[in-house]
Design a protein around this ligand. Structure first.
Ligand code: CAA
Length: 292
């Protein structure tokens, strides 16, 4: 493919919004899609807020901030993505939902367009297999918050061509990010290491070894992590943490990846972390308050 200029993003949650922001900042034209139009508006508002903050600090000019924002177009239907050179799916961490998206995309994208998933755990080979172009399919896994985190994990499916990989490598470089290449195994590299640690922190809480505050303080000050594991779990979203643990547990068939029952219970309760106002912390007050 000659070069990527226009990028479609499916899913305007915190990851989709962040991906849209960094893409537009680097000059790509972005079409941002979501099943919920209000979510697209919320994502654009959050990008605007981030850009204004950068303009206030003098990191970019006010004109550049406006130009970046104008490069992000809302797309309420998939048809609007028909001319994109690359589409990155960033929907919920649910295999069935992602497969449905890629089946629909296969019908409308131009033949040389690339498809990518921002999945944090699901088989790239399996997602690619439902498309009409497995060789043009790749995993591009951004980290949260996307504008801040320097890493992009790149995952080749079994059928991914070297042209697709090279185009992705060039894109990651243009974004000013650093690539780590992972083989297509459950949860890849980052979440294979990070999620068992978060799950173990939840077990530590569940078994009464420490309080929320003690566990997070221990890892922040004792291991120099920027956030404690429970704070990070709330930040990522407990539903996403559980989905990733389930992929590890089922995909590697090893009981050491068993999701902690307390994580399951929190997700059942709808206590999904920051995005719902409650997880291991309660976010209703001025400062997050530990709940246990
Ligand atoms: N969006 C955009 N920018 C953000 C941001 C956001 N959500 N949150 C913070 N920032 C920016 C701030 O504007 C600030 O920018 P400047 O330096 O230019 O002023 C910078 O980040 C630092 O922010 P703060 O000073 O407010 O806060 P901090 O120093 O505590 O850092 C943090 C915040 C970067 C989020 C830091 O706490 C951190 O690194 N946490 C760990 C994040 C992490 O581990 N992410 C990976 C999660 S795993 C994942 O994403 C994979 C997966 O599949 C689940």
């Amino acid at each position: 493919m000659a070069g990527i200029q226009s990028v479609g993003i499916i899913g305007a949650g915190q990851m989709g919004a962040g991906i849209a922001q960094v893409m537009a900042l680097c000059g790509y034209d972005v079409m941002l899609n979501d099943i919920d139009a209000a979510q697209i508006d919320a994502a654009c508002a959050s990008v605007q807020k981030n850009l204004s903050r950068q303009a206030d600090k003098g990191a970019i000019s006010t004109e550049d901030a406006a130009a970046v924002l104008s490069r992000i177009q809302p797309a309420t239907a998939f048809d609007a993505l028909a001319d994109c050179d690359l589409v990155i799916e960033s929907a919920s961490e649910n295999q069935a939902i992602k497969k449905d998206i890629f089946i629909e995309l296969s019908k409308i994208l131009k033949p040389d367009a690339l498809m990518a998933s921002n999945t944090s755990s699901i088989s790239i080979t399996g997602l690619a297999a439902v498309t009409d172009r497995p060789e043009k399919f790749i995993g591009i896994h951004f980290m949260n918050p996307v504008p801040v985190m320097k890493l992009v994990e790149v995952i080749r499916g079994i059928a991914t061509s070297s042209e697709t990989f090279e185009a992705t490598k060039a894109l990651v470089e243009r974004l000013g990010k650093t690539m780590a290449v992972s083989e297509d195994f459950p949860a890849f590299i980052v979440n294979r290491l990070l999620m068992p640690m978060i799950n173990e922190a939840i077990y530590t809480l569940y078994e009464g070894v420490g309080s929320v505050e003690a566990i997070d303080t221990a890892m922040k000050l004792g291991a120099n992590h920027p956030m404690g594991p429970l704070q990070l779990a709330d930040f990522i979203g407990l539903d996403t943490c559980l989905a990733i643990m389930q992929v590890l547990y089922e995909g590697l068939a090893d009981t050491k990846y068993r999701p902690c029952p307390l994580l399951v219970k929190y997700v059942e309760a709808g206590w999904l972390g920051r995005k719902t106002g409650r997880g291991f912390y309660d976010y209703s007050g001025a400062e997050p308050a530990p709940t246990r």
